[in-house]
Design a protein around this ligand. Structure first.
Ligand SMILES: NC(=O)c1ccc[n+]([C@@H]2O[C@H](COP(=O)([O-])OP(=O)(O)OC[C@H]3O[C@@H](n4cnc5c(N)ncnc54)[C@H](O)[C@@H]3O)[C@@H](O)[C@H]2O)c1
Length: 319
């Protein structure tokens, strides 16, 4: 079969990662790119040898004029809904960056649109393809620490300082702050590695003098009887990502990529991690080609959007 023809919507920071992984594949070709910023488009072209790609300031023109099989969407958060809708309605497969949308009503509509179109809708949560998180997900599923009792998930980042003056602090584009942005990965890990269903949420939030949420502390009770603390701190000096999963037979401690398993009464163990076999872009292309199911489907990403929304509601926060 000929190469999967990709159009990219949004050619800023994260699009470079997708462009590199897609061009490495050989089975996909980036044939067009769309972004209102010419500087941003040209930077992507020169960095990844995409001189053959047609350039568009308006993604709608790209969808109208180019023969595409799929799009990869890397734009500000509140634009995702319309862009994904338009691409699916054009009969294209979609890989969209996180968060899928900023509201659960929009997320549900996208899932429906993708089903009607019969196209792949995948969301770019890359931790699903990383050995450390693959290990945690499968260790919990296999009962290594017994029935889960609690989880603490924390992300610290210099988010407030790094995003001042960008769309990330403009609520109409960002749909929220640190939780909607980087925090989305932590919500993803919390829900995906455990498969738990949140039923009760309490949150304290602080905007730290910005137009969006920056720091939030949330306690969650799950239908399965497990409780969790989710700490998202955007006014911090650096990135620090930690999780502690406690179960009836022990715990899994994750600290910035280092994992220790401590079963009750045993010495702590640093586990052997699985080999990575795919990534967000390769798995997208493989799903399009029918080689496997969509690995991070819209139906899962909806759960992240729902919990994010519940947290905002619990805090009385409206972006
Ligand atoms: N998975 C990850 O680890 C990760 C990391 C960073 C960003 N992201 C996500 O990727 C997306 C983009 O983030 P970024 O860091 O690349 O932002 P960025 O600011 O670097 O780039 C955003 C780009 O979108 C463009 N844009 C604005 N309006 C547009 C429109 N109407 N149509 C097309 N393009 C438009 C901007 O000109 C800019 O080039 C966000 O959803 C973000 O959350 C994910």
């Amino acid at each position: 079969m000929s190469k999967v023809r990709i159009g990219m919507i949004g050619t800023g920071g994260i699009s470079h990662w997708h462009a590199r992984q897609l061009t490495e594949l050989g089975e996909a070709e980036i044939v067009a790119i769309a972004d209102p910023s010419e500087v941003s488009r040209n930077h992507l072209v020169s960095k990844h040898g995409l001189q053959q790609a047609k350039q568009f300031a308006d993604y709608k023109k790209m969808l109208e004029q180019e023969e595409l099989d799929a799009v990869v969407i890397c734009s500000p958060h509140t634009l995702h809904f319309q862009q994904v809708t338009d691409a699916l309605n054009k009969g294209l497969h979609v890989l969209v960056e996180k968060p899928m949308t900023c509201t659960s009503a929009e997320a549900e509509k996208l899932i429906e649109t993708a089903e009607k179109a019969g196209k792949v809708l995948q969301v770019s949560y890359q931790r699903h393809f990383q050995p450390d998180f693959m290990y945690i997900q499968s260790a919990i599923a296999q009962g290594l620490i017994g029935k889960l009792t609690s989880i603490t998930a924390s992300l610290y980042q210099n988010w407030k300082q790094a995003t001042t003056g960008t769309w990330r602090q403009v609520p109409d584009l960002s749909g929220g702050g640190m939780l909607m942005d980087s925090g989305s990965h932590i919500v993803d890990v919390l829900l995906w590695t455990t498969g738990l269903t949140p039923v009760e949420v309490r949150t304290t939030m602080h905007q730290q003098g910005t137009p969006v949420e920056i720091d939030s502390f949330t306690s969650i009770r799950f239908a399965e009887g497990v409780i969790a603390g989710l700490n998202i701190v955007g006014y911090a000096p650096r990135w620090h990502e930690t999780y502690v999963f406690c179960g009836e037979q022990g715990g899994i401690f994750y600290d910035n990529g280092k994992i220790t398993v401590h079963r009750h009464g045993e010495e702590p163990v640093v586990p052997q991690l699985p080999e990575p076999t795919t990534n967000q872009d390769k798995s997208f292309i493989d799903a399009i080609l029918g080689r496997h199911e969509v690995m991070v489907p819209g139906t899962f990403a909806l759960k992240v959007v729902q919990l994010t929304e519940q947290i905002y509601q619990a805090a009385g926060y409206r972006p």
